[in-house]
Design a protein around this ligand. Structure first.
Ligand code: B12
Length: 303
């Protein structure tokens, strides 16, 4: 990180250019600029040569703004709600969360799984699972990926981080298919191995009483089709980092969407693609999107 860039509330680095932020949240850069200017929704850091860089906190506010707009609020109201100050408990706990994230990164950089699990143990004992996911696990994943891109972390450290967190999350997911709540069928399309966002999404849905059937990364379309018909889930959620991996199965997804409620999400999904498939575009971060789906199951209409 250069000295002129400001750290976000998690102590992690703002690193997104406006185009990338727009792609992630499915909002055009011109609209994002207008929201920044009119409502102060975004709080970018500046590089020395004047480029704006956005953080995970900016992304979360935009996700929240989009969700409030979808509920019929005016833009000004939606911005106010999205910028709402967090409750007192959350404000006072924020430094604790930030330091847990930093200690987790230190442990990962040192390949020290015992310390990493200790940080997670303490965090899970003190905070809700949703808070640990959105304030520690997801920012740490993004930060370790960014460090790798900047040459500050090795591929080994990045893989160590991924495997440690994936193992821990799937342990928390044990028996998440049990119970009697609505069922979500979760999968990544062929060739897509980035499933951690989807796992976090499933964990939060599970907390709201949903049952989860998880097919995981790289799922062949006939497999998804078959599972969808056998299970008849309330929602099918497919995520990808790269649009091409969803593009290639657009037709198969559209066929499934004729019989079931399909949502697409992740950086590879966009509203146009969702429309052409007859799917919902789930915007925002996994935790907020899961809460949205759990709380608002009825407005699941194609976008
Ligand atoms: C972990 C990781 C891996 C792991 C994945 C393990 C796993 N089981 O998931 C492994 C090591 C396997 C991997 C492999 C590769 N990776 Co990788 N990986 C990452 C890393 C570090 C973190 C990704 C992650 O899980 N983030 C956590 C998620 C939740 O955050 P996110 O992806 O930013 O998603 C945001 C939104 O899209 C949304 N979201 C995401 N998922 C979901 C789900 C739902 C339901 C909802 C609503 C929202 C949502 O929420 C997030 C915001 O909070 C990123 C770096 C980074 N900075 O993101 C690279 C990254 C995603 N990988 C990348 C690449 C290039 C690869 C490889 C091609 C590398 C290689 N040469 O082998 C392979 C491709 C594998 C494949 N075929 O899919 C690129 C993708 C660039 C691109 N757009 O094409 C990235 C961005 C790194 C980079 N900067 O170059 N990777």
């Amino acid at each position: 990180m250069n000295s002129n860039t400001r750290r976000d509330a998690n102590g992690l680095t703002p690193s997104l250019r406006i185009g990338e932020l727009g792609r992630r949240v499915g909002v055009r850069p011109e609209t994002l600029r207008a929201w920044e200017r009119r409502y102060g929704l975004l709080e970018p850091a500046r590089t020395p040569n004047g480029y704006r860089l956005y953080s995970a906190a900016d992304e979360a506010r935009v996700g929240s703004m989009v969700a409030w707009l979808a509920r019929g609020r005016s833009a000004a109201e939606a911005a106010e709600l999205a910028r709402g100050r967090p409750p007192l408990a959350e404000r006072t706990e924020r430094p604790v969360l930030a330091s847990a994230g930093e200690r987790l990164i230190e442990a990962i950089q040192a390949f020290d799984d015992e310390s990493a699990h200790r940080v997670l143990d303490h965090a899970l004992a003190r905070f809700s699972l949703a808070t640990v996911l959105s304030e520690i696990v997801l920012p740490v994943l993004a930060e370790v990926g960014d460090r790798w891109m900047r040459g500050e972390a090795t591929i080994g450290q990045e893989h160590f981080c991924t495997e440690l967190l994936r193992g821990r999350l799937l342990a928390l997911a044990r028996a998440w298919g049990g119970g009697s709540g609505p069922l979500a069928l979760l999968a990544c399309p062929p060739d897509e191995r980035h499933d951690l966002g989807l796992v976090c999404f499933g964990l939060v849905l599970r907390e709201s009483g949903w049952r989860i059937a998880f097919l995981g990364p790289d799922t062949p379309m006939p497999t998804l089709d078959d599972a969808a018909d056998r299970l008849d889930p309330e929602a099918i959620v497919i995520t990808a980092v790269v649009p091409d991996r969803l593009e290639r199965v657009r037709r198969e997804l559209a066929a499934i969407a004729e019989r079931h409620s399909v949502s697409i999400a992740g950086a590879g999904a966009n509203p146009e693609m969702a429309r052409s498939i007859g799917a919902v575009h789930l915007v925002g971060r996994p935790v907020e999107a899961a809460r949205w789906l759990a709380g608002e199951a009825s407005p699941l209409q194609p976008t």
